[in-house]
Write a protein that binds this ligand. Structure first.
Ligand code: FUC
Length: 783
């Protein structure tokens, strides 16, 4: 079948062998309430509910007599502007390589440990800001308690009854107004009586007050490094204003006291002196003044309406309905049942939760989502809650384009500009190379040198991998201006680094070009030529070559990269039928390591697809050997991989392992607030799940012989999701896709074209070319 679309009036109608019956709306399925809800307050942080505006975030506990709202600001880190690269490191590069070629791994690691690592060896940690502690006298015995997080409104609410009075509170983080807002109300007048104070974990902070409804928390950062206490220059300020209707408001001992009001609103502004990774001379007081002044006399309803409108402009772009599930149960109880029972609705909720979390933790102009997104209550968070880019940071952004949140990708692109500036110094000092390089971690100060230990810190493809995100943004949007001005310069310079870095393997007759030194994250130690690096570098070179053609730039470089690319060590199949993780055939089929790095070429790459049968089968065999359990993010990756292996039931099996209540300290799962557990909490698994569910419903990474993207519909639909619909997923080539299915069969497809490109639609084994003009929608259905 290869039928051209037939143009009708208004919407385009595709008349296909599939059937000509045009229906106007997706099959209705029971609406899935987009709410996490509970019948008791949070006892622990991982039961509290997150709100965020990309910069300010909070965890709302929903306490009754005592409420805790723990908050963060994305630039509150220890450390200071600093170049972490190691001058003179490059003098040892040749010897490290020679030792690896001679299979003297221990000696190579020892030499690298002494001469090649980041200065200092570790990067800096993301910090909590403070808590708001609210006390409500007389509320000890509450009834009819409920708390929730409404993903569609972007707000966390708590309500209960004390005696005959019903109380309600709601908290949201407004991006347009750059503040956290909590509203307090009761269904009878004069009932709102409470105290609120800051509780700050930073020892050099103090609270003052300059108005009778306002308290201010000011402080600076201290850190311990190698046992020494260091004052770091970053300063912070948070300012809380309480506005009450009726009753009285006063400040006493650093607390705001509200008595007998009809309603009240807390407005919290917070900022640091961070301006950019090289400048911390900003004035947080000024920033807070500005935010509070801009709010002026606006009331709760107005602030809320502005926030909801902004939030929904992003959130409502995608609907997902998967029929079936226990919406009648509170979320924590529902999660308890998930391992045994199919609950497709819970998968849909987790999908949307990932979109919610990205909107809340990654907004234009701000920092990218870190290992915990935006939410951290610890002075020593796991892995410093920084940016690990041998999987975690990228996974955070896997859903950005496909789940129709392209704007939320931007903080990552801004970080790449800074990483390139830092990474140029690292490329020069460590490799005497052009371009820029990022190893496996960065922090607020954009450290790019190899950290922690030689055996896993020396891994050169962090920047190259992140460049894939620039290219994806172009592929999904077709934004040429973005490609020319933002993406291409960074991609090109990343490629220049590898043009200098790739090394001929003297042990190999064909003189393959390999990446060395490196490692296959995070196992096997320092080696020459891990498979993952080669897949990533091939991808980067291919994208730079294509971009340079599209833009008509750098013909010489294009030719050079093409010739280098063809000489990079290829994927290899080993003695266990596996895709080799290393140049040597040394994979252990019993290795259950969480990283599945050599499968990068399946997802997120497309070095290997279902069209290359042998490599495809070997890669699948490798994944079978690795097993179905591991950390949260590992399962997030495996959902995507099984989707690319076109095996929806296996993808769903992994989702079950991800969507289970966390038990003990092993094997992933979800906390009661549906935060993903490494364990401990790490947000990448949430984003991996969202991307994976999208990948089960729609794929667009392959192109047909004419270069059109193939929109593969329901490529990995599990039997457990017989009926459902999705609206608003994005595909490469610039498309928005709606699908509805019943009894496992596609019933309705709508393709909206953003750029007027041709697309090849593939469903089961049938394909057809679809020609939808820019801005138009084509629709077809099967009776
Ligand atoms: C990588 C992973 C760990 C963890 C850390 C933040 O090092 O191997 O499992 O996710 O990043």
């Amino acid at each position: 079948m290869n039928v051209r679309c037939v143009v009708g009036t208004g919407i385009l109608m595709l008349t296909l062998a599939l059937g000509t019956n045009i229906v106007t709306a997706a099959e209705p399925t029971a609406p899935e309430p987009l709410t996490l809800w509970y019948r008791q307050p949070a006892r622990e942080w991982v039961e509290a509910l997150p709100v965020g505006n990309g910069r300010l975030g909070a965890m709302v506990f929903g306490g009754v007599a005592e409420e805790r709202i723990q908050f963060n600001e994305s630039t509150l880190w220890v450390g200071e502007p600093h170049d972490y690269s190691h001058p003179g490191a490059a003098a040892n590069l040749g010897e490290i390589r020679q030792l690896l070629f001679a299979r003297k791994q221990r000696e190579a690691e020892d030499l690298a440990t002494r001469t090649f690592m980041s200065v200092p060896l570790r990067q800096m940690a993301y910090q909590p800001f403070a808590d708001l502690r609210l006390t409500f006298p007389g509320h000890e015995n509450a009834a009819e308690y409920e708390r929730h997080l409404d993903l569609d409104q972007g707000a966390a609410g708590t309500s209960y009854r004390v005696g005959t009075v019903r109380f309600a509170r709601e908290t949201f983080a407004s991006a347009p107004d750059q503040v956290l807002v909590t509203g307090l109300s009761a269904d009878q007048p004069g009932q709102i009586t409470f105290r609120v104070a800051f509780d700050c974990p930073h020892t050099n902070s103090a609270v003052t007050s300059s108005a009778d409804n306002e308290i201010t928390l000011r402080g600076g950062m201290r850190d311990f490094y190698d046992g020494n206490r260091i004052e770091t220059p970053l300063k912070f300020e948070a300012r809380l204003q309480v506005r009450a209707e009726g009753g009285s408001v006063k400040v006493e001992n650093g607390q705001i006291i509200v008595s007998n009001a009809n309603a009240a609103m807390l407005v919290l502004a917070g900022a640091t002196s961070f301006k950019n990774f090289r400048d911390v001379t900003g004035d947080p007081a000024k920033a807070n003044d500005r935010a509070l002044r801009a709010i002026g006399k606006r009331k709760w309803q107005q602030l809320r309406a502005t926030h909801v409108q902004d939030h929904q402009s992003l959130f409502r772009r995608v609907d997902l309905e998967l029929a079936g599930g226990r919406t009648d149960l509170p979320t924590d109880q529902r999660l308890q049942l998930a391992p045994e029972a199919e609950d497709p609705g819970l998968a849909a909720l987790v999908f949307q939760y990932g979109r919610y979390l990205l909107i809340a933790s990654s907004r234009p102009g701000g920092q990218p989502a870190n290992l915990q997104g935006l939410w951290n209550d610890s002075l020593k968070p796991p892995w410093d809650s920084k940016y690990t880019c041998n999987i975690n940071t990228e996974m955070n952004y896997w859903p950005a384009e496909v789940a129709n949140l392209g704007e939320c990708h931007r903080p990552l692109f801004d970080a790449l500009d800074e990483l390139a500036a830092s990474g140029r110094l690292t490329a020069k000092n460590h490799y005497n190379a052009r371009g820029w390089v990022l190893h496996h971690n960065f922090d607020l100060w954009r450290g790019t040198a190899p950290i922690n230990a030689a055996n896993h810190g020396i891994w050169v493809t962090g920047g190259a991998w992140l460049c894939q995100h620039l290219w994806w943004h172009y592929e999904f949007t077709g934004d040429r201006d973005f490609l020319k001005r933002r993406a291409y310069p960074l991609m090109k310079e990343a490629a220049l680094f590898f043009a200098d870095f790739l090394t001929e393997d003297p042990r190999n007759d064909q003189r393959w070009l390999i990446s060395t030194p490196g490692n296959s994250p995070e196992q096997g130690g320092l080696v020459a030529g891990p498979t993952m690096d080669h897949q990533i570098i091939r991808d980067l070179f291919a994208n730079v070559i294509e971009a340079s053609k599209l833009l008509g730039e750098d013909a010489d470089l294009r030719a050079k990269l093409s010739s280098l690319r063809s000489r990079i060590a290829p994927n290899q199949i080993g003695k266990h039928g596996q895709l080799q993780e290393w140049l040597e055939d040394v994979d252990d089929p019993n290795n259950k390591h969480r990283h599945v790095s050599h499968l990068w070429g399946i997802y997120p790459g497309h070095d290997i697809t279902w069209q290359n049968t042998n490599f495809f089968n070997a890669a699948r065999q490798s994944l079978v050997y690795r097993g179905d359990e591991a950390t949260g993010w590992s399962m997030g990756w495996k959902v995507n991989l099984w989707a690319r292996f076109l095996d929806g039931d296996h993808a769903n099996l992994i989702l079950h392992n991800l969507l289970k209540p966390i038990k003990g300290s092993k094997g992933g799962g979800l906390y009661p607030n549906l935060f993903d557990a490494h364990p401990p909490f790490q947000i990448d698994g949430n984003f991996g799940a969202t991307a994976g569910i999208a990948e089960m419903l729609l794929q667009s990474h392959i192109r047909d012989a004419s270069g059109n993207y193939v929109l593969h519909l329901l490529p990995a639909l599990p039997k457990a999701w017989p009926t459902g619909s999705v609206r608003g997923l994005r595909a490469r080539g610039g498309f928005e896709v709606d699908l509805a299915w019943r009894n496992g069969q596609l019933k309705l497809t709508r393709v909206h074209s953003l750029n007027g490109n041709l697309a090849t639609i593939r469903y089961q084994n049938e394909t057809q070319v679809c020609d939808v003009p820019r801005g138009k929608t084509a629709e077809w259905s099967k009776p």
